[in-house]
Design a protein around this ligand. Structure first.
Ligand SMILES: *Cc1c(COP(=O)(O)O)cnc(C)c1O
Length: 340
């Protein structure tokens, strides 16, 4: 089958980002590979990071864990913990997140095995709150986690508050390792690193906070093909709702990507593509399966040609107001992914 759209992922960039984060964190560095490694392809990402020396991988569900048979089980943990009806995979650790899960684990036949635990230090999302920690008595805790709510904001007071509370909990709850920082947390300072950091976004080329600018490489590029080149006379409009009106005669390239592929409608009149060293602005609305580009600067462009959409995550996020996480994980099913 010939795919009409392409994602190109650079393994060297992924590996370089991993090393950059590990150097910065100055401690063991794991990887959040949930949601198909943020859309990049969990098999390839996990293999590449394993080769780089990564020994801690985090997925959200046991279904995701089941797809990773080539990973040594002790390198894998499941962030949603042990839910009703979950069938844990032997050797893979649940990250227990509620007293109910802790009770379920204790009542199971694996209760003497090591598990991970998530404590909530102020995000009020997932995890045991400090008053619930007594139930951990008797567990063999491998890694005790917490998660930062505002790590992308350098001066947000919640960072220091969560750090202080996590230190208190560390003093009270015995575990082999302690882990607090996601991608942005790594940039808050060495004191946030503890024994393990858990980056996701930054591995995949996202810029988690301003301090990270310039240090991380774009991993994924997005390519689409020209279906039609047309000439729009001055005064005519282009696309749904006629939001673009040509001020001069305009060459338009129509490409085969749209919001159904995750090239969001918010890129309408804002996104750009590259062809032959030139920038082609998106004109008019992004449709479900089509985008129109002003290709006046590249007279030679023809049907069948490939163009690269600008998918610099930070820039595109600023442009569209859509988070870098959503831009990555939203990429659809019609792409052929290649790793080089
Ligand atoms: C997703 C996730 C991460 C990774 O977060 P990024 O912001 O992508 O670095 C780390 N820890 C937990 C608990 C997560 O759910």
């Amino acid at each position: 089958m010939l795919f009409p759209l392409a994602l190109q992922h650079r393994k060297s960039a992924l590996a370089a980002n991993f090393r950059t984060l590990r150097n910065r964190a100055d401690t063991a560095t794991g990887a959040a590979i949930k949601a198909n490694a943020y859309g990049l392809g969990v098999q390839e990402v996990a293999r590449a990071l394993l080769e780089e020396g990564c020994r801690d991988f985090f997925v959200s569900t046991w279904c995701e864990a089941a797809e990773l048979h080539f990973l040594p089980t002790e390198t894998l943990a499941v962030l949603h913990g042990l839910g009703f009806g979950d069938q844990p995979r032997p050797g893979v650790r649940p990250v227990l997140v509620t007293p109910g899960q802790v009770a379920r684990w204790k009542a199971s036949s694996w209760s003497s095995e090591p598990c991970d635990v998530m404590v909530d230090t102020g995000m009020n999302r997932l995890g045991l709150v400090p008053s619930e920690l007594e139930c951990l008595e008797g567990l063999s805790i491998h890694t005790l986690h917490s998660h930062l709510a505002c790590a992308d904001e350098e001066d947000h007071p919640l960072n220091a508050a969560q750090l202080a509370l996590f230190r208190d909990i560390r003093a009270a709850v015995p575990a082999r390792r302690y882990s607090l920082a996601n991608s942005a947390g790594i940039y808050r300072g060495r004191e946030y690193s503890f024994d393990l950091v858990r980056p996701g976004l930054a591995l995949y080329g996202g810029i988690p906070c301003t301090k990270a600018r310039g240090f991380l490489k774009q991993v994924t590029s997005v390519w689409a093909r020209v279906i039609q080149v047309r000439h729009v006379p001055a005064g005519d409009s282009v696309g749904y709702s006629a939001t673009f009106r040509a001020e001069r005669d305009t060459q338009v390239a129509v490409i085969n990507i749209g919001y159904a592929d995750g090239y969001r409608r918010a890129f309408s009149s804002l996104g750009t593509a590259r062809f032959d060293g030139k920038t082609l602005p998106v004109i008019g609305r992004v449709s479900m399966d089509l985008v129109t580009l002003d290709a006046s600067s590249v007279p030679a462009i023809q049907e069948g040609e490939w163009v690269e959409l600008d998918f610099d995550l930070e820039r595109c996020s600023t442009l569209t107001g859509i988070s870098q996480y959503e831009l990555l994980t939203g990429l659809g099913q019609r792409f052929q992914s290649t790793w080089t």
